[in-house]
Ligand binder design. Structure first.
Ligand code: ATP
Ligand code: MG
Length: 723
């Protein structure tokens, strides 16, 4: 058989990994861009083509939906056929699929719904109200991260004991209530998906055996970001039969704050002592300069497994560093750079603009909009997280599951239908007293005539509305059901009658939701739909949360946070907002472990770039409504100066110098320059001093060179000679 297409285009180390014996576990430990994902995909093709393993017996797991769909495409391309039957997806996606198929064995109702992070927070807020706890003493976000971190560790409230102090005791108590509440409402949060799936293995040996027999090969990309429960889930599933093939890079572990454990990489060879470890050292993605910068940054971290990356590609162009006045200037710079390159014939999708925090995207988006440059934001305010979309989804959820209290609270009076806070409180009290869901409580309250005629009328109209939607939707396609819900809930009308761009865009989003539902119905095959399309669609909305936004392949610039850029690559990368307090994030400055994670994040960002990397920082930035002045990030200082080229704003260069030319710039006692003075620089030759900032050893001097143009230099190092 000709398998050259599988083995060509691999170096020796990669080929060794791809062709490792089928009966061995494998660990590929290698730096960014060394071909880990490529090896994983080729391994899948090798197993199928050469070792005749049925695709049905292969499970491949990765971290984002975007990465999973790329993996699928690449594997199908190599095999030149559709890989029907194999399972490729994210941990959450796969665990969710298994839970759907065995809902009752997992002690979940058939139509259980997923709580995304925002839903979860709302649920916690509601719970605090019920428990009469003050949000300022018991911050909902802290509770949320407490609960999630316990679940990531595999710990249920009863496993936490009594708690050592009053605070712990209260947290455990809230966790208890939260768990009861979710169970009653038939909803599960993200961390719960993994924990439930793991418990399913432990509690249902028959079901576990079924999957153990099925999967002979389990492959995992981005293994460095697995948390305790994910690794445990994999280990139990693999059992004694399946072979694990995991690839990762300890330097790219960036989800410590979500429980990821780099230690899993070190643990793996201990747990599987007969596994084969392969290291890859050649980087195929980036230029020499980019790689040098990446290596220099990550060297500042301690306790690394240590890898040497090299490239046979040339040095490439230097990294550009732009010091912007503020965030608007930064955005303008980025956009004009992109426009320049696009005018030279590059496609927009070759450009990625990366940032530390979601809040940074708005200004960048505005600059792109103004310049008429199409762009796409990954992550951030994702489509399925927008308020109007969540309203619509809440109606749909309620159709599927009347006990979903979160959904009910969201829409019972949206759009307004005369159900006030007072009425709601009566219902909430009833629900609490009787351990009912809100829906059941409404029925009970109506029956016992506890309300005014008006309130009762509004409530029964609401119940009737939901029941009727449910009935009508049954005979409709998915797209049509969504449209029906938008009409009968009057959400459509509600936004149609509001003026302004905001309402208009909300309306467009709702229309987009109908389109998404229509498309979803046609793209998913019968085989992949164990349940009804609406439930599948709702799960899809919660899980994908717009990661891929739309399948509309318009050529667009890509905007995303550093976290969502993991595993991806782009010819041109902009890394914005390199400022102390923003990146590294303020929360990490004091904590060495967190700082190390920020540095890995920086390493991830730098290594996304193939040809050119542009870094920028702003002297002042309006963020969360406040203007902040910050120093350039320490990460800039950690870069080797020889691969950096500083760029100064045009405006600043042509700005007249108002300083008197008599003024002396004192660098130290021996050296003194004055404005307008002629100087000579070793590398740049002759020039004239135009401007300066600061004083003493840290003074920076702007020189207009005859041939090299204008440059800002650190006086102490510039070694300028007066001429
Ligand atoms: P990351 O750590 O960022 O996830 P990775 O190790 O998974 O990176 P890949 O994405 O698999 O790296 O590969 C990086 C780039 O190098 C890809 O464009 C890939 O096609 C290319 N590449 C990998 N190996 C080779 C090779 N042997 N010959 C040519 N190109 C290669
Ligand atoms: Mg990869």
């Amino acid at each position: 058989m000709d398998v050259s297409h599988i083995l060509d285009g691999l170096n020796d180390a990669q080929r060794n990994a791809v062709t490792a014996p089928v009966d061995r576990h494998g660990l590929i430990l290698a730096g960014a861009g060394s071909g880990k994902t490529r090896v994983l995909v080729h391994r899948i093709a090798y197993l199928v083509e050469v070792e005749n393993i049925s695709p049905y017996r292969i499970l491949a797991v990765t971290f984002t939906n975007k990465a999973a769909s790329e993996m699928r495409q690449r594997a199908e391309q190599l095999l030149e056929r559709i890989g029907a039957g194999w399972w490729m997806g994210t941990f959450h996606g796969i665990a969710h699929r298994i839970l759907r198929q065995h809902a009752s064995a997992a002690n979940l109702p058939e139509g259980f719904q997923i709580l995304d992070s925002e839903d979860q927070l709302r649920t916690i807020r509601r719970l605090l109200k019920i428990l009469e706890l003050d949000e300022s003493r018991w911050p909902p976000r802290q509770i949320q991260s407490y609960i999630n971190s316990k679940k990531d560790e595999g710990l249920r409230p009863h496993a936490l004991g009594q708690g050592s102090d009053p605070f712990q005791r209260k947290m455990i108590d809230i966790y208890h209530h939260y768990e009861d509440h979710c169970q009653r409402a038939g909803v599960i949060d993200f961390a719960e998906i993994l924990l439930r799936a793991h418990e399913l293995w432990l509690n249902q040996p028959d079901i576990l055996a079924e999957y153990q027999q099925r999967f002979s090969h389990i492959l995992v990309d981005e293994f460095q970001d697995t948390n305790r429960i994910q690794y445990a889930w994999l280990r139990v599933l693999a059992g004694h039969q399946a072979k694990l093939f995991v690839v990762g890079d300890d330097d790219q572990s960036i989800y410590g704050w979500r429980g990821a454990r780099i230690e899993n990489i070190q643990q793996f060879p201990r747990d599987y002592s007969e596994s084969l470890t392969v290291r890859l050292e050649q980087n195929y993605r980036s230029t020499g300069n980019i790689l040098r910068a990446a290596n220099a940054i990550i060297q500042n971290n301690v306790e690394r497994l240590g890898k040497e990356l090299w490239t046979s590609a040339g040095e490439g162009v230097p990294l550009d560093l732009y010091a912007a006045f503020n965030e608007v200037d930064e955005a303008r710079f980025v956009v004009s750079r992109i426009q320049q390159k696009v005018a030279e014939g590059h496609q927009r999708q070759e450009f990625a603009v990366l940032y530390r925090s979601n809040a940074q995207s708005r200004v960048l988006e505005e600059a792109l909009l103004q310049a008429g440059v199409p762009y796409r934001v990954y992550g951030g305010m994702r489509f399925f997280e927008r308020a109007e979309i969540k309203d619509a989804l809440a109606y749909l959820r309620l159709i599927k599951n009347r006990d979903d209290d979160g959904a009910l609270e969201r829409v019972i009076n949206t759009p307004t239908r005369g159900i006030g806070e007072k009425t709601l409180n009566t219902i909430r009290q009833q629900a609490r007293a009787q351990q009912y869901s809100l829906w059941q409580a409404i029925a009970a309250v109506l029956e016992t005539n506890q309300l005014t005629t008006r309130a009762a009328g509004a409530l029964s109209a609401f119940m009737h509305l939901i029941n009727q939607m449910d009935e009508e939707a049954r005979s409709l396609t998915l797209g049509a059901s969504v449209a029906l819900v938008l009409e009968s809930s009057t959400l459509f009308d509600f936004y149609k009658h509001q003026r302004g761009e905001k309402a208009q865009s909300k309306l467009e989003n709702l229309e987009e939701l109908v389109a998404a539902a229509e498309q979803f119905g046609t793209e998913i095959s019968e085989e992949e739909l164990p349940l009804d399309p609406l439930t599948e669609f709702l799960s899809h909305a919660a899980l994908e949360a717009g990661e891929a936004q739309s399948d509309d392949w318009e050529d667009a610039v890509q905007l995303m946070t550093l976290h969502s850029a993991k595993g991806l690559e782009f010819p041109f990368v902009f890394l914005c907002g390199l400022e102390e307090g923003l990146f590294p994030h303020a929360m990490s400055a004091e904590d060495p472990l967190r700082l190390a994670e920020e540095r890995r994040l920086c390493y991830v960002g730098i290594t996304r770039a193939m040809q050119q990397l542009t870094l920028s920082h702003a002297e002042s930035r309006r963020i969360y409504g406040k203007e902040v002045f910050s120093r350039p990030s320490r990460f800039i200082r950690e870069l080797p100066t020889e691969c950096i080229q500083e760029i100064r704003a045009q405006a600043k260069m042509s700005r007249p110098v108002y300083r008197s030319s008599q003024e002396a710039i004192v660098v130290d006692k021996q050296q003194e320059y004055s404005l307008g003075q002629g100087v000579f620089h070793q590398k740049f030759g002759e020039g004239v001093i135009l401007n300066y900032e600061g004083e003493g050893a840290r003074a920076r001097i702007q020189v207009q060179f005859k041939s090299a143009g204008s440059k800002w230099l650190i006086a102490e190092y510039a070694n300028l000679q007066a001429i």
